[in-house]
Design a protein around this ligand. Structure first.
Ligand SMILES: C[S@@+](CC[C@H](N)C(=O)[O-])C[C@H]1O[C@@H](n2cnc3c(N)ncnc32)[C@H](O)[C@@H]1O
Length: 274
């Protein structure tokens, strides 16, 4: 008996709620307003407040397109198992692989800033297999540093911390002779590499100051035709990264090229080598 009373009570409550919503909706409709469910992801919320908000839209292809990142064997060869250790989506990993493939033909080494669990680093190691280049990996492995309250408001210090850098070393163990893991804070960990040249840098650090430090270090050391790939440039929550990149390149001949994946590319112009 008790059970039936409770069930009827919950049913009535649900009915009452549905009727109230229906009533509100029809009332709003009369005044030409409506209620629509809104997804509350950080990026969706950030897109409402970000600078140039009207240019942050959900982008859909008008027709089926070639999307090799859904499992094409050429991509799968380097992507196999990577998904477990990365928060970078397969379409972005595909861009990373394609640009890295190209950069293997240039002089200079490779770098990644922002390694986290090592997923995209593993992909880069596979691209560099049998190529005579070193992959430099920079991360605190203690997560993000102090964030700028205004520019990096959707992030917090310590975000993306992992238990130990040892787990990353294990994942990359097959490639240990080709990598140099520099644990610590950017830009301190760039010390000693001032005379180095780079063909490719994957910059996945999310924050304003970290992104600016990366631009200041890698841009002058990039060989002509070399690539900087910014992972989070188009994501509204990571607008600090976009601000840093836009500010840095405002007086350079190269302009960051925004991609539909959310990444941005800079290709070093041959005439601008320093
Ligand atoms: C989004 S995660 C990188 C994701 C990774 N590429 C992947 O495959 O999933 C960003 C990383 O940047 C690192 N990071 C950001 N700013 C840093 C700084 N100034 N010094 C060291 N590490 C930093 C954080 O520790 C974090 O692991």
């Amino acid at each position: 008996m008790k059970y039936y009373i409770r069930r009827s009570y919950y049913r009535l409550r649900r009915l009452y709620r549905a009727l109230s919503i229906h009533l509100c909706k029809s009332l709003l409709r009369r005044f030409n307003y409506g209620i629509h469910p809104v997804s509350e992801s950080v990026d969706t919320l950030a897109a409402l407040t970000v600078k140039e908000s009207e240019y942050y839209t959900e982008w859909h292809s008008p027709c089926p397109l070639f999307t090799p990142w859904v499992g094409h064997p050429d991509f799968q060869k380097v992507y196999e198992g990577v998904g477990r250790y990365t928060i970078v989506s397969p379409d972005r990993c595909y861009i990373l692989k394609s640009l890295a493939d190209y950069a293997t033909h240039l002089n200079g080494d490779f770098a990644e800033c922002g390694v986290y669990k090592g997923g995209t680093a593993l992909l880069l190691c596979r691209v560099l297999n049998n190529v005579d280049k070193t992959l430099y990996l920079f991360d605190s492995f203690e997560g993000l540093p102090k964030c700028d309250e205004e520019k990096d408001q959707w992030f917090h210090a310590g975000q993306f911390a992992i238990d130990s850098a040892e787990s990353v070393k294990q994942i990359l163990n097959d490639f240990k002779d080709a990598i140099d893991i520099r644990k610590g804070w950017i830009p301190d960990t760039f010390q000693g590499l001032e005379n180095h040249r780079f063909a490719f840098a994957h910059l996945d650090v999310d924050l304003y100051q970290s992104a600016l430090d990366c631009c200041e270090f890698f841009y002058p050391r990039l060989v002509p035709g070399g690539i900087l790939l910014f992972d989070e440039y188009g994501f509204p929550a990571a607008r600090g990264e976009k601000d840093a990149v836009d500010e840095f390149f405002a007086d350079k001949v190269e302009s960051p090229m925004s991609l539909p994946t959310g990444q941005a590319i800079v290709i070093k112009a041959p005439s601008c080598e320093k």
